[in-house]
Design a protein around this ligand. Structure first.
Ligand SMILES: Cc1ncc(C[n+]2csc(CCOP(=O)(O)OP(=O)(O)O)c2C)c(N)n1
Ligand SMILES: [Mg+2]
Length: 381
């Protein structure tokens, strides 16, 4: 398998599980030998489903950047480059499992069936949270780094209590797991340490899924950790895997196993998916200030879309007809989304937001609301 080496030395750890070469051949790494059977069993239907999801989301993601530039969104968090990692996760889950996302899990949101306009509502600041979590078993996007890692662990702890004494058969049919999504930067938050200790102690069925995209805004991974993140798991007492997150087959195979482990009541698992944030951190960021064109070009060679397309063509004989159809679908989705978003009315007023902070109100929030009212009156005058 070819490794990606950039001018500042981003390289997959030698323990990384990779199945596909950068040009889409089935070429497992040494560490992937134990996963070859799982990877081979991933049929063309699932690979095509992942490709379609990745391609559609990439198109919607571009629309997010465009709409923000046109003043229709407050902000957008590009997911370009991280599609394979996310597709591997969402296709490994049952509908009853729960995803606890950060703010960049657009492939997972689409995979869960959340309407694009609801995701965009979050970035318009128009609706509190964007969607009903219970309708999709996916929590709202979380901007406070790592807070959702505790939430995912708490939910899983509840499941561990409920599922105590269940037979393997019942766990397989009804058992639930949670996925805690976070980034390389967030991995250094204290909340992650607490979540991991707690999950290990109580065998909580949570998979800690780190998308290591090598950057936390302008802070490079080298500053976050002296060791690959998957190695931390050993210190907490559970399994940790590094996977090539730009390889959907490898990520899917590793996630299938991690989810199964948690579902069977064997406790948490850590999966560190090595990927790359090909876009800016958000539309408010300018990556040319802190990283080189050479680095971006080196990582572009591992584009998960190119690799997955090559694999589908080579191994399963997918032809131009399929890829043209997916592209046409993506264009249609983007056009229909634009129609829904451009000049859409606000569904929550700025003033109403103060009432949504606490169920029973709070004196400090009331004081802030009063200040807001005075400011608005001044504005009107
Ligand atoms: C508790 C907290 N501290 C700081 C921030 C500001 N902040 C937003 S995103 C970010 C970087 C996160 O990097 P990483 O976890 O690697 O995720 P990525 O954005 O790369 O997906 C920071 C520091 C925040 N949102 N929350
Ligand atoms: Mg990051």
């Amino acid at each position: 398998m070819s490794t990606i080496s950039s001018p500042i030395g981003h390289q997959l750890p030698e323990e990384a599980i990779g199945i596909l070469s950068a040009d889409g051949f089935f070429d497992p790494t040494d560490a992937a030998q134990a996963f070859v059977d799982d990877a081979s069993a991933i049929g063309h239907e699932r690979v095509a489903e992942m490709y379609r999801l990745m391609a559609h989301t990439r198109r919607i993601d571009q629309e997010g950047v465009n709409l923000q530039r046109q003043g229709q969104l407050v902000l957008w968090t590009p997911s370009i480059g991280q599609e394979a990692a996310q597709a591997g996760v969402v296709t490994a889950l049952e509908d009853r499992d729960w995803i606890f996302p950060t703010y960049r899990e657009h492939v997972m949101a689409r995979g869960r069936g959340i309407p694009d306009e609801n995701v965009f509502d979050f970035f318009r600041g128009a609706v509190h949270g964007g969607w009903d979590p219970n309708a999709y078993n996916m929590q709202p996007y979380t901007v406070v780094l790592a807070a959702q890692v505790l939430h995912a662990t708490g939910y899983a702890w509840g499941m561990a209590q409920k599922q105590r004494g269940w037979t393997d058969a019942r766990r397989k049919e009804e058992g639930r797991v949670s996925i805690a999504c976070f980034g390389d930067g967030a991995s250094t938050e204290g909340d992650v340490h607490e979540a991991m200790v707690f999950a290990a102690s109580f065998d909580a069925p949570v998979v800690f899924f780190i998308q290591n995209n090598y950057w936390a805004i302008s802070t490079p991974f080298e500053v976050q950790s002296k060791v690959p993140l998957f190695k931390r798991a050993q210190g907490y007492g559970f399994d940790g895997f590094a996977v090539d997150g730009n390889d959907p087959i490898a990520t899917a195979a590793v996630m299938d196993r991690a989810v199964d482990h948690a579902r069977r009541g064997k406790g948490p698992v850590l999966v560190e998916a090595h990927t790359y944030r090909m876009g800016a951190h958000t539309t408010a960021d300018d990556p040319t200030k802190y990283r080189t064109k050479e680095e971006e070009q080196a990582h572009a060679q591992a584009d998960p879309m190119v690799r997955t397309e090559a694999y589908l063509r080579r191994r399963f004989d997918y032809s131009d007809a399929f890829f043209t159809e997916v592209e046409a679908e993506a264009d249609e989705l983007a056009a229909s989304l634009r129609d829904k978003i451009v000049d859409a009315p606000d569904t929550v007023s700025l003033r109403e937001k103060f009432d949504l902070v606490y169920a029973d109100g709070h004196s400090l929030v009331e004081a802030q609301a009063a200040e807001f009212d005075r400011w608005m009156e001044g504005e009107d005058a």
